[in-house]
Design a binder for this molecule. Structure first.
Ligand code: ADP
Length: 394
């Protein structure tokens, strides 16, 4: 069965075409600068990368070209061969604990939830509507970033604020990066050959979150009402004392929107180091002994370690820890710093294996004598979307 996995952003559209259930990638690519000048798209097929310029006034233009290219490159003879299109949707609120077929009711709910994810849900909707028009016979499936976290208990998703805020306004922890946490925790369960086990997944990218997973179900996660909660990130602050916000508004005369932008886009690693939100730039400066770069790294590692410790206790012991996403998959330095701090739990890093595990490699990075095995698992949200879509359509 041929399935498309789609991630529509405000000015981009990423896709992967799969043959399922084999999980074979037939073609993938990205449309960029949609609705802006100089738009273009790139396609990867049979090991070849093709870049083309195109007028992309809107997402419909992109989907129309994609449909044509699927035929041009013989991925399909007829668009009806595509039986399912899985869409990444950032916010499903507390309504969706699983991926679902998109009908009018789902469209309405995703639209209503735009208040909670103003940058993402509207863009996701535009993508869905464009595919509904261009490939009308395919089942459109919504795969929510929040869904995997719907198994979190009330005692962990509630904030200690007036209960009425939760009832009236939906103020609670939702959690994000769900497709990644689901993929990685399932992959670890396959490696351990154990359905019933406790896993901590550290998704460390530009945005980052950590999840505690028991028997494949999420018990707790670091992101909250928005993706700004939890660990220190590339440009997001992560957890802070909320009183800083009114205090800084008074001190600087900045508006709530300006402070919000600073906490989202100018904080985290960028804010502390003053260098960049990119860990590669920070690591380059660390080798030059730049004190702020070193400090940023410490703050980041501290926040990761403190959540691993918290989840170790919440889960009542851990069978495996997994590192994933840009930093988790590619920075032996960060993994080394985190794992060293777990020595008190009996975790022992294998330095050689840790250095080896980069650029898409999957494997163990701890010694056999380590109390908890740690793994690097390259995340694959696209295949998770394709799997969910296949299972629903089938
Ligand atoms: P997101 O999806 O949140 O944008 P990614 O998972 O793609 O993030 O991760 C991007 C981040 O990964 C970059 O900001 C960079 O800091 C980090 N990264 C990528 N490659 C390396 C590397 N070789 N060493 C250290 N960090 C890396």
């Amino acid at each position: 069965m041929k399935i498309l996995s789609v991630n529509a952003g405000s000015s981009s559209l990423k896709f992967q075409a799969y043959e399922m259930p084999e999980e074979k990638v037939l073609m993938k690519g990205v449309f960029e600068r949609i609705g802006i000048d100089n738009s273009f798209y790139t396609i990867k097929i049979n090991g070849e990368k093709i870049k083309k310029e195109a007028t992309l006034r809107n997402h419909e233009d992109a989907v129309r070209i994609l449909a044509q290219e699927l035929i041009n490159y013989n991925v399909v003879k007829d668009l009806n061969e595509i039986e399912g299109v899985g869409h990444r949707i950032v916010h499903g609120g507390d309504k969706y604990a699983n991926s679902v077929i998109i009908d009018d009711d789902v469209l309405k709910t995703v639209e209503e939830l735009s208040d909670l994810a103003p940058l993402h849900n509207p863009a996701n909707l535009v993508g869905i509507r464009a595919f509904m028009k261009e490939i009308p016979n395919a089942k459109q499936v919504g795969c929510f970033d929040t869904a995997f976290h719907q198994t979190i208990d009330e005692e962990r998703y509630l904030y200690a604020v007036p209960y009425e805020w939760y009832e009236k306004y939906g103020i609670r922890k939702y959690g994000f990066h769900g497709m990644s946490h689901k993929y990685v925790s399932n992959r670890v369960r396959e490696i351990l050959d154990e359905k019933y086990c406790n896993i901590i997944v550290c998704h460390l990218g530009n945005g980052g979150s950590i999840s505690a997973v028991r028997d494949g179900k999420c018990v707790d996660t670091t992101m909250g009402f928005t993706p700004n909660a939890g660990i220190v990130m590339g440009s997001r602050s992560g957890d802070i004392d909320y009183s800083i916000i009114p205090y800084m508004m008074k001190k600087t005369g900045k508006s709530i929107e300006e402070i919000d932008t600073i906490l989202n886009k100018q904080s985290g690693m960028l804010g502390i180091s003053g260098i960049s939100s990119d860990f590669r730039d920070i690591e380059a400066k660390i080798s030059e002994k730049d004190q702020k770069a070193i400090m940023a790294h410490y703050l980041f590692v501290n926040s990761v370690v403190s959540y691993i410790a918290k989840y170790y206790v919440e889960l009542g012991g851990v069978d495996a820890i997994a590192f994933t996403a840009g930093v988790g998959e590619n920075s032996p330095h960060v993994r080394n710093m985190v794992i060293k701090r777990l020595a008190c739990l009996g975790v022992k890093l294998d330095k050689e294996k840790n250095e080896e595990m980069r650029f898409g490699k999957e494997g163990i990075i701890t010694k056999e004598s380590s109390s908890i095995p740690c793994y690097v698992i390259p995340t694959d949200e696209e295949v998770m979307i394709a799997k969910d879509t296949y299972n629903i359509v089938k």
